[in-house]
Design a protein around this ligand. Sequence first.
Ligand code: UDP
Length: 262
Amino acid sequence: MKRGKKLYEGKAKIIYSTNSKNLAIQYFKDDATAFNNQKKSKIDGKGVLNNRISEHILENLNQIGIKTHLVKRLNMREQVIKLVEIIPIEFIIRNIASGSIIKRLGIEEGTVLKSPLIEYCLKNDKLGDPLIAEEHIYTFDWATKKEIEKVKKMIFRINDFMIGMFRGVGIKLVDFKLEFGRIKVNGKKEIILADEISPDTCRLWDALTEKKLDKDRFRKNLGGLIPAYTEVAKKLGILHEQSNIDSANITNLSTFKRKNKK
Ligand code: UDP
């Protein structure tokens, strides 16, 4: 597969065209951003870990019948994905209160919600991805009722699966963000999951100590982001054989690459 021109550059990823019109290459950068791009940094090795963790989770979802954009991982930083027509909504799923909801509604951090809660945000960086009601989606034709019903079913299934998967390795799934897109299969429109799932897009707490193992380490200046993401990868069984891809070596590898580029 040949990497073509850059189609889109986001905060943590770049999408390139390929020689197939329905496929793209997704490149995971090391850039970290928070608070609507006001806090920025580069964290060596983050992209490599997110690529592996996201591949692992999306492959598992594929195995339980959830269709996703992932075709295959190409290398340390790239995946082949299906190009979709993205639904311009960020779907937030919460199991435990943390992040924006605790500030917005005055809920105590760590409150276990009586059932998973879906929130909708408009995908618009200029407006800071504002929270919207489901009705806004229909008023402005961002998606149809039928599509949202399908998406909600997928979200609850993904959430149930992921809660169990993380629970089994001693991690609490607090909340996460998903995006979905439309593709045409034999002339029929289908909705598929079109997003990474990684510690950049989930809140993950150690089940015993409640230590944060996600991007809150960057948002809240807690440090130790790479060791935390590595811990998630190891707990999921991704890095076991490749003991040489531990956090130190990921850092060495990216430093090595940068040095050799000069
Ligand atoms: N999230 C994300 N991208 C966004 C906004 C949120 O991946 O643009 C994730 C975030 O990592 C967390 C969940 O969605 O796991 C809920 O985020 P929240 O609404 O609390 O927003 P935050 O204050 O973290 O930006």
